[in-house]
Write a protein that binds this ligand. Sequence first.
Ligand code: GUN
Length: 286
Amino acid sequence: MADIIDGRAIAGRLDEETRTKVEELVAAGCQRPGLAVILVGDDPASEIYVRHKIRACERVGIRSSKYALPADTGQEELLALIEALNDDDTVHGILCQVPLPDQIDTRLVLGAIAPEKDVDGFHPVNVGRLSTGTGGIVPCTPLGVMMMLETVIDRFEGLDAVVIGKSNIVGKPIANLLLDAECTVTVTHIHTAGLPEIVRQADIVVAAAGAPELVRGFWIKEGAVIIDVGITRVQTPEGKTRLTGDVAFDEVQHARAVSPVPGGVGPMTIACLLSNTQRAARAMML
Ligand code: GUN
């Protein structure tokens, strides 16, 4: 049986560390770290994500403020809010939940967040810093994936890593982090020819295609380590719904370790957001 990489447990330990560091800041006379969360429109999935993020702030002693704007909010209004939050000394992290409604230019909005408050790591300055290995704020999901891998892998040098998925917020930054760890990295996606054969070479597989159970047992080399970033709500034959990852979990038990869905990457993403907010606050105030 493959070991389970328990994201909830790892996230719990990271939250503990964040809570300690937050109280350290307060004890040193700094303001309590503050996160501003912007939600535009009423996308149900985004509402759930934002609710989880705000609740998580409470757990570690970070102040949060939520800005829920109507779906028809104009771009100028959103940019004005971001500008005000950039100038607000009590706000150390700003997160604008995506996707944004069609009338809004997402790139422009994410680029308007001050890079030092960009706790999602989506600003081009932080993307550039990551791709040149020069620090900056690392996006939450990729950071969480690396922490999960570090719980089972001591030496990354020379390992073959295959990333499935090429998104700006997951696939590309994960590939950069694995490269920085001296892995040999292949970035693939659902249109990649011969995908199963490529994945079969991998010591590390990061599945982030958003395609339920795409990765089958015969794709996986004996002893590989698998992180499943996918999370899709699917219908069961009984007419209910359940969350499914990108990996056919029951078929990959010959792997060395695999992360489950749910209870894998999801909790890590939120724990890394809190950690990024604490770090941004520390960099601003100490
Ligand atoms: N939408 C889906 N994931 C994320 C995330 O990590 N950050 C933001 N801002 N929006 C998202």
